[in-house]
Every structure is written in structure tokens, then in C-alpha cells.
Design a protein around this ligand. Structure first.
Ligand SMILES: *[C@@H]1O[C@H](CO)[C@@H](O)[C@H](O)[C@H]1NC(C)=O
Ligand SMILES: *[C@@H]1O[C@H](CO)[C@@H](O)[C@H](O)[C@H]1NC(C)=O
Length: 212
């Protein structure tokens, strides 16, 4: 009994200092072609959806992932908004809003990558906050695979549950010492992939890990 009490006390103490709320389930969005959490190579990527390097990385990575099957690789995307990206947090909130609407967060990611330049500093300098949210809503309404009515999406972006979920995701990224995007972990180990990696480099890396 004493042992259990000690464990419980330790757990409570840990909760008090951890500061990252424990999510109801593992964080991140599973990539539907490769959603397998039992696959031997678990790839996790942290993306700021308004970051040009993330956009440039996704094409070759996606092409490389298409060469593998779900018994080999599982891929999970996490959002992480960098402090220097004015609307990075709102873009990240969109992934949570898409999931809440039972739509694929990767469809939101693709739509954001296609439209991210509308949300950089200069193009939004003369827009009101309301106008920028309207723009986000328009992207969601027009996006293939989403087609979420603009007003509904804007309301979701501004909702407290979506805001809190996005904050928790960000805190988890911080807890994993993510400070730039994209950042990748393969089976928990951080490795130095970026937008300079070609499809062939990704494929080579995956093969190397899988053949160990
Ligand atoms: C998930 O991966 C494991 C390990 O490779 C494999 O045994 C299982 O069949 C995979 N499941 C799917 C649906 O691919
Ligand atoms: C924003 O407004 C300022 C002042 O009118 C103008 O100088 C600037 O060119 C505008 N920027 C954009 C991106 O339209």
C-alpha cells in the first residue's frame, strides 16, 4: 500500500511540474495511407503550415512515403507554430478544426501549403483580424477534401476547444525541444531532414532504418 501511495504521490508531483496537459490520446494526425502505429518505422514530423520550408519538404517526403506500405512506416504529422509566423497558430488550429469536422487534417495541410503565401506578413499587413479569419475560412471552403462552409470553419478556429487543443500540441512540441520547422523524429530519434532532401534521400533513409 505504501508503495502505491508513493507512486501516486510521485505521479501527482510530476503532473504539478510537467505543465503540459496530458492529451486524451496520442498527439498528431496519422497519415491515412500510412496510419499504422505498429509499423517498425514511426515517423513524426512537426510542421508550421505557414512555413515555406515545410511546404518544400512535404512534396519529396510525400513522394517517398508513397514507395512504402503500412506494414513498414507509420507517419504522424504534428502542428508547431513558430513565433515569427504571424498566423502560424491559426493555421495550426485549422488542422484541429478539420479533425473536429471529421475531415482529413492532411487536406487542410495541403490547402495551407497551396495558399500559405496569403498569410505571410506583408499580404496581411493591411487586413483586419476578421478579414484574415475570413481568408482562412475561404481556404477551408474551397479545399478539395474539406469543403467546410466558411462561417462554420471560422467559428471552429475561434472556438475554445480548438484553441486549447492547438496550445497543447504546441506545448508537446516544446517539450520535445522543437524550435524550428520542419523537425522530424524517426522512432523517437531526431534526425536532420529538411527541404533540401530529395525523394531519393528520403527513400534511402527509410530503407536504411528498415534494414537495421
Ligand atoms: C502494421 O505493422 C505491423 C508490423 O509490420 C504489421 O504486422 C501489420 O500487418 C501492419 N498493419 C497494417 C494494417 O498494415
Ligand atoms: C498597406 O497600406 C500602406 C499605407 O496605405 C501602403 O503603403 C502599403 O503598400 C499597403 N500594403 C499592402 C501589402 O497593400
Amino acid at each position: 500500500m505504501l508503495g502505491i501511495a508513493a507512486v501516486v504521490a510521485a505521479a501527482l508531483a510530476a503532473t504539478a511540474v510537467a505543465q503540459v496537459p496530458v492529451p486524451a490520446r496520442p498527439d498528431g494526425y496519422r497519415y491515412m495511407p500510412l496510419p499504422n502505429r505498429s509499423a517498425p518505422l514511426q515517423l513524426h514530423g512537426y510542421f508550421d503550415l505557414t512555413c515555406p520550408d515545410c511546404k518544400d519538404t512535404w512534396g519529396p517526403l510525400k513522394a517517398a512515403l508513397a514507395e512504402f506500405n503500412s506494414a513498414q512506416i507509420g507517419f504522424t504529422m504534428h502542428t508547431f507554430s513558430l513565433a515569427n509566423h504571424r498566423y502560424g497558430f491559426t493555421a495550426a488550429s485549422g488542422a484541429h478544426a478539420a479533425e473536429n469536422a471529421h475531415k482529413d487534417p492532411f487536406a487542410w495541410m495541403e490547402a495551407m501549403f497551396a495558399n500559405q503565401d496569403k498569410f505571410w506578413d506583408e499580404p496581411t499587413d493591411n487586413l483586419t483580424g476578421t478579414q484574415v479569419f475570413e481568408l482562412f475560412g475561404q481556404v477551408a471552403e474551397d479545399a478539395p477534401g474539406l469543403r467546410i462552409p466558411k462561417d462554420e470553419f471560422v467559428a471552429a478556429l475561434k472556438s475554445r476547444p480548438v484553441n486549447l487543443a492547438t496550445r497543447t500540441t504546441w506545448k508537446l512540441g516544446c517539450a520535445n525541444a522543437v524550435s524550428s520547422t520542419p523537425t522530424f523524429f524517426a522512432n523517437g530519434a531526431r534526425f536532420a531532414a529538411d527541404d533540401t532532401w530529395t525523394k531519393a534521400q528520403w527513400v534511402q533513409f527509410f530503407n536504411q532504418v528498415l534494414s537495421q
